[in-house]
Ligand binder design. Structure first.
Ligand code: F58
Length: 834
């Protein structure tokens, strides 16, 4: 234990033991036991871990629902403006520990369960992750819900109640195998069904032109089917129980009336088919990352949840405003999380015109004041475009409205700015001409929205200047930046209790509400006793992770080694293969000189590949194959280990991130919009080894370039090099690089299977190395060497780690949400009346 200096100015560096109120523990214990007996129907003697967890949740829910009612009553009474966050993904992860933490009941619950002889962490392992998202975009939505609730902003999150979340990944013989993720197989005790808010959603059919009595033309949609949308509410508890926000997820069901028609006509089997078709809509989350699967079902999913959500919004608005829509845009802000909910735009127009009887102009005025759009990617293949023929089949009336919006836009603002310029018109049009005509969803978003934002400074600049330069000429003030953030409640307080206690000691207990307060640690970054305490916390987390790695991968790793971590979706632009090439070169040099004095290192990967993304799956296989060889090679004396932790998800991130020494953020500059794990790693005291891309730039702005390892081409350099790039030049010029790339072609790592890793070499050489892996290799290697050197200097490393952690205040998602509230939504926070 570090000796504590007891001066008056410096708080104690030794670990404090928190005291827990005995009476509260007793009451909590009684509540859990009551629920175990009367809600779950078992007893402490017989209860399974699952039953204990369910009783624990029932206990927590007692606290949550009262606050939820208070929150909703306050907002309804004050008729407050609210934001409606539309997102096809909410990657919530587990809720128990987080809800307990936010209610400040974690310690009480832990002690109460201890008295039953139970370990709270063990019991909470029973909770399945709510993995209703692919990666960063979905997790951002989850962090935003936490911040919206914590900062008391009136809000509703709307999404899809997928029956199956992102697939469960198994690794068999080194290869990814996808298994279904049925997260609520045994029910989810957090969610509440709200049958009183069910919606019926029309689909398909045709549009009939009718002439109104006044001679004007109008369109009447005759849909061919109806789908029922059933809402499930998940309460999101703000920190210190401030307000409880609602995440409303829609489940699709068949509507009885439709089925009965078929049934009565004798088509029992057909009726069942209809039923399963309707239920298919919310069956499964599409497991894509950054490439779009142009599937009819996906557009149906998008339309389904947007249509349900808008009806819900309108119903609530009309409760206090009846049929007067003049205040709609001043009461309702709608945020589109990427283009996935874009169909909400023509749907609102349709509801206002066809159902509420407004004129086109009135409807457009309201719609264009209500929507805002967040862009999360510049990758052209990820920008959604839907074939017109799919719209004709599924949403004929929406297509008609999209044509009208487009016509008025091209002949209004575009014609005024660039008279007679057809080239500009075709560039800016919502419709892409060609063999298959397509609807460009991002264009529809930009044309309609009040604000369009990117998710990090550099990304927002590229959105404005490279992705939508012509729109920016037309509306320069539409474009803005809101740098992403992450919730410090989940990403420090809940997942790194040791660090949280240190911050309680040096920054006071309010830092989870004001992360800038953590800056207080900076002044102790030179002090040995604080460095020791900080690194002891890190070491304890590494010991815990080593245990998890042993359980999940069967590999023994040394907590004293440097833990180098890359966890994120598998994609070429994220360059897990650059990391792998470096590992191979390190291994090669160790084979050449096994006695060299290098820091023992553990390279840790976690990544899911989209099931249809072959090269990504090949990279997973390569990491496992290389790992297998290295981990079992006695010649290198355990100096190097490589582990691939299967089924990377939020609950694993919570164990991995607090234990990292190095955070790998190595995307090709210009391709990672922001990144959010980079923020979580830094907060938890990892040093970033990364490119000047996305939010990495802002991270080093805060923490100092000298406390991180920056390498590689900048955005400008990438843009300049790309058109004349020849990977062969780099391959031929660098001996070491050539050797490792060629190694992929041998059967050294895949005995008896020569060529099993060749697709990676081929992508780097024959396919032109689209993400400049070879161009950045040398500088990546040099960055690693700098990291190794610094790791040997324990004090220097500890100081850099502490400074990183202490300076991440601006990456709290509370800051992001306040930026949105101030600059985009003009939303005020509301005090909740009890
Ligand atoms: C991510 N996008 C960005 N998309 O890649 C990342 O840089 C950023 O930090 C994050 O959004 C939050 O802004 C992302 O996660 C998806 O997962 C899509 C899901 C649907 C298919 C296309 C990709």
């Amino acid at each position: 234990k570090a000796a504590a200096k007891t001066t008056t100015s410096a708080p104690k560096a030794v670990k404090a033991t928190s005291t827990v109120d005995k009476a509260q523990v007793k009451a909590f214990k009684e509540q859990v036991e009551k629920h175990l007996r009367t809600t779950i129907g078992t007893s402490p003697e017989k209860a399974s871990k699952l039953a204990w967890w369910q009783a624990l949740v029932a206990t927590v829910n007692e606290d949550i629902f009262g606050r939820l009612t208070d929150t909703q009553q306050t907002h309804a009474k004050n008729d407050t403006r609210a934001v409606h966050y539309l997102s096809a993904e909410f990657l919530m992860g587990r809720l128990t520990i987080n809800n307990l933490t936010n209610l400040e009941k974690f310690d009480v619950a832990r002690e109460a369960l201890k008295e039953f002889g139970l370990d709270i962490n063990d019991i909470c392992e029973e909770e399945p992750d709510m993995a209703l998202g692919n990666g960063g975009l979905g997790r951002l939505a989850a962090c935003f819900m936490d911040s919206l609730a914590t900062c008391n902003y009136p809000c509703v999150g709307y999404g899809i109640h997928y029956e199956n979340g992102l697939f469960r990944q198994e690794i068999r013989a080194g290869k990814q195998v996808e298994r279904p993720d049925s997260w609520r197989e045994y029910g989810c005790p957090w969610e509440v069904c709200r049958p009183e808010s069910v919606q019926n959603i029309p689909l398909g059919g045709y549009v009939e032109k009718q002439t109104a009595p006044d001679g004007s033309q109008c369109s009447v949609w005759h849909p061919s089917s109806m789908i029922k949308g059933v809402p499930w509410d998940i309460p999101v508890v703000g920190y210190r129980g401030s307000s409880v926000a609602i995440l409303r997820l829609w489940e699709s069901r068949s509507t009885e009336q439709f089925n009965w028609d078929v049934f009565n006509a004798g088509g029992y089997v057909d009726a069942q088919t209809e039923k399963s078709l309707a239920e298919t809509i919310s069956k499964v989350l599409y497991p894509n990352d950054s490439t779009e699967a142009g599937k009819e079902l996906r557009l149906t999913q998008q339309y389904f949840f947007c249509a349900c959500s808008l009806r819900d919004i309108l119903r609530r608005y009309k409760r206090s405003h009846h049929n007067d829509f003049s205040e709609f845009a001043s009461k309702i802000a709608i945020q589109l999380n990427d283009t996935h909910p874009t169909i909400a735009i023509p749907e609102l127009m349709r509801l206002l015109i066809d159902e509420e009887g407004l004129s086109y102009e009135q409807a457009w005025d309201i719609t264009s004041k209500s929507f805002n759009y967040t862009n999360h990617t510049l990758l052209p293949e990820a920008l959604e475009k839907w074939p017109v023929y799919i719209f004709e089949k599924l949403l004929p009336r929406h297509l008609e409205l999209i044509y009208e919006i487009n016509f008025r836009f091209l002949n209004g603002p575009v014609e005024a700015k660039w008279p007679g310029n057809n080239e500009m018109k075709s560039k800016l049009s919502i419709i892409e001409e060609g063999e298959v005509r397509k609807v460009r969803m991002a264009n529809l978003c930009v044309i309609t929205s009040e604000h369009v934002n990117g998710v990090a400074k550099i990304h927002s600049k590229l959105v404005k200047e490279d992705l939508f330069p012509d729109y920016a000429q037309l509306w320069p003030n539409k474009f803005c930046n809101v740098t992403n953030g992450v919730t410090p409640r989940r990403w420090i307080l809940s997942c790194n209790r040791g660090l949280a206690e240190l911050y309680n000691d040096v920054a006071g207990k309010d830092w989870p509400l004001d992360l800038d307060k953590c800056e207080a640690l900076k002044k102790y970054a030179d002090k040995k006793e604080y460095q020791d305490r900080f690194m002891k916390i890190k070491h304890d987390n590494k010991v815990a992770l080593a245990k998890t790695i042993k359980e999940l991968c069967g590999v023994e790793v040394d907590p004293n080694a440097l833990f180098d971590v890359q966890v994120k979706r598998l994609h070429e632009y994220k360059r897990q293969h650059l990391n792998l090439l470096y590992i191979m070169s390190l291994y090669k040099s160790l084979l050449e000189d096994p006695d060299q004095d290098i820091v023992p290192q553990v390279f840790i990967f976690g990544a899911k590949a989209a099931p249809a993304y072959t090269l990504a799956k090949d990279i997973i296989f390569a990491i496992n194959a290389v790992g297998e060889k290295i981990n079992n090679d006695l010649r290198i004396k355990g100096k190097l280990k490589v582990v691939f932790i299967p089924n990377y998800r939020v609950s694993l991130a919570e164990k991995i991130i607090p234990a990292a020494d190095i955070s790998e953020q190595i995307s090709t500059a210009g391709y990672e919009a922001s990144g959010t794990s980079n923020m979580k790693f830094s907060m938890n005291g990892a040093l970033t080894l990364g490119t000047m891309d996305g939010a990495n730039i802002e991270i080093v702005e805060q923490a100092g370039i000298e406390n991180n390892f920056i390498f590689g081409l900048s955005v400008e350099e990438v843009q300049k090099l790309k058109p004349r790039y020849n990977p062969w030049d780099y391959y031929n010029a660098d001996h070491d690089l050539k050797a490792v790339v060629d190694w992929l072609d041998s059967d050294f790592f895949t005995p008896g299977q020569p060529g099993a890793l060749s697709s990676i070499k081929s992508s780097l050489l024959n396919n032109g190395d689209p993400f400049l892996v070879l161009a950045d290799f040398a500088s990546y290697k040099a960055a690693h060497q700098r990291a190794q050197k610094m790791f040997k200097d324990k004090a220097k490393w500890a100081k850099a780690a502490m400074i990183n952690s202490a300076t991440m205040g601006i990456f709290s998602s509370d800051r992001s949400i306040k930026d949105y509230a101030t600059n985009i939504w003009t939303l005020k926070s509301q005090l909740i009346k009890k």
